[in-house]
Design a protein around this ligand. Structure first.
Ligand code: DC
Length: 201
């Protein structure tokens, strides 16, 4: 039986951490859909055409080591504006959502476009300052020398591009639980999401 959990929200709100934790808790498969756009963005940085890269994307492209950099994140956000890029990635995501045994997908448009019939929809958010601080610490641990102000500017630019684009803009799905993690620990945020999913099973 399938059971889809759609987790959307802006960068560094905690949706990846929450998604991994609830997937492990319920034994569901997890897809970080941002990786699809990052893999396409990375190929564009190497000179590829965005639409061709999306249409030819292979599973092994998602394993590339440099997909978590700030440069690739911006490239991902830019290719994500192109309707043909988004269209090329829809079928894979929908099939994943409806696989047997349950699935958690996190992204920007899972509850609104990819899987509007998801059994559970959660929109994870946090203030831009809190998100920038989290991303700053993550990037620094990975060896980046970006300042906190640069990371905040990056986060705000991505928020604006992701929420103002014409196709599948980032926004809470109808009926989504809004989970603001600004003042929550990871454990507290995971507990709220786990409870919401358990209530629908
Ligand atoms: O979740 P992330 O930070 O890895 O996503 C990188 C970019 O990919 C994000 O800025 C916008 C785009 N994206 C999208 O448009 N739709 C999704 N479902 C997931 C990501």
């Amino acid at each position: 039986m399938s059971f889809a959990v759609a987790i959307d929200g802006p960068a560094a709100a905690g949706k990846g951490t929450i998604s991994r934790a609830v997937a492990a808790h319920f034994g569901f498969a997890h897809l970080d859909t941002g990786l699809l756009y990052r893999a396409v963005g990375a190929k564009v940085l190497e000179g590829a055409d965005a639409i061709e890269a999306a249409e030819g994307l292979r599973a092994e492209d998602l394993q590339a080591g440099h997909l978590r950099t700030a440069e690739v994140a911006q490239a991902a956000s830019k290719v994500a504006v192109i309707p043909e890029v988004r269209a090329a990635l829809v079928d894979f995501q929908r099939a994943f959502a409806r696989r047997d045994g349950g699935a958690v997908l996190d992204g920007r448009d899972i509850g609104t476009v990819i899987c509007p019939d998801a059994e559970v929809k959660i929109f994870v958010t946090a203030s831009p300052e809190v998100r920038a601080k989290r991303r700053f610490l993550e990037l620094r641990a990975a060896g980046s020398t970006m300042s906190l102000d640069e990371v905040l500017a990056d986060v705000l630019a991505r928020d604006a591009r992701d929420s103002e684009r014409a196709t599948a803009p980032m926004k809470p799905a109808e009926g989504a639980l809004i989970l603001d993690t600004s003042e929550l620990t990871i454990d507290e945020a995971v507990a709220v999401a786990t409870k919401a999913i358990a209530a629908r099973r």
